[in-house]
Design a protein around this ligand. Sequence first.
Ligand code: SF4
Ligand code: FES
Length: 369
Amino acid sequence: MPSAVERPFGLLAELTYRCPLHCSYCSNPLDLAAYADELTTAEWRRVLTEARELGVLQLHLSGGEPLLRRDVAEIVQCAGELGLYTNLITSGLGLTPHRAEELLAAGLDHVQISLQADEAALSDRIAGVRSFEHKLAAARLVKQLGWPLTLNVVLHRHNVDRLAGILDLAEQLEADRIELAHTQYYGWALHNRGGLLPSRAQLERAQEVVRAAHARLQGRVDVVYVLPDYFSRYPKPCMGGWGRRQLTVVPDGGVLPCPTAHTLPLPRASVREHSLAWIWERSPLFQRFRGTDWMPEPCRSCDRREVDFGGCRCQAFQLTGDAARTDPVCHLSPDHGLVAEAVAAADEGARSGEVVLTPRRHPAAGRSR
Ligand code: SF4
Ligand code: FES
């Protein structure tokens, strides 16, 4: 391997984009039907073997809803035999006692369950389907079977005022960790941005609640709060840098430096055509924004260029039409006005109470493995 290329640490395996939920903040591709020809179990075995050889240590099994694949336990077992730490990222729907026992026997290490709110009516409205009670049952099952449990809550205008209740629920469920991450505006979420962005007043209240929870839950529940980047002065170091620490394999075998890079006008890479090592080290897709040589001003001469890597390429593309520009979230970006306008519009929308949300729509089911 060329010495300049670091080794990936984590692999996000998006096993299927089929999903029982219809969240209006979904960041999966808009054209889900294009991913219906999912990798077979044997293909996933090869991908995991190559990933381990490349240096990957952590495997995150996600989707859509990964439990809609009948072979998740086989994939977990294969990963465990290779020495990978396995994390199942699930809505909780489909985590029946039988499936859970199967995954436990296969050696699954960790479970992460998404929550939408702290009470059924709001949670089910956000998820677009009755799911809250199933999620609670799944979380209790995870703890009964002795797994570490992480709860993940995507925050937005409709649930951020429920944060205190959400944290109480995490405590009752004996979660080991709760990740409170504001919506990232890609895919369906960008479509709904006007109805999802919180107001500044909501954010200030949320920060107070999180501060108090940190003190109260210390040593019991690890509370991780991720500020929405639209409200920050500097962008997030997306993926820890392009092609630097993480890679994503999507249901049909496409390989991406981040889960939304399929939106960018860049060459494709697939495990059906190349080895994972070739894709990581040599593919034009992974090389395009690696390091700092590609950067324009103001990033090129900025002290923070190796801290945030110029922010997020997908966000730069979605907001400016050019993936090589500085992320407009950065207050130094010449395009920062695009973000400032969206934030001002969110404040105005919160004042007028105007909300328009379109639930995620799914195509007819793809090929089931
Ligand atoms: Fe980061 Fe570029 Fe902004 Fe500097 S100018 S803080 S490198 S995004
Ligand atoms: Fe693609 Fe940030 S989400 S680079």
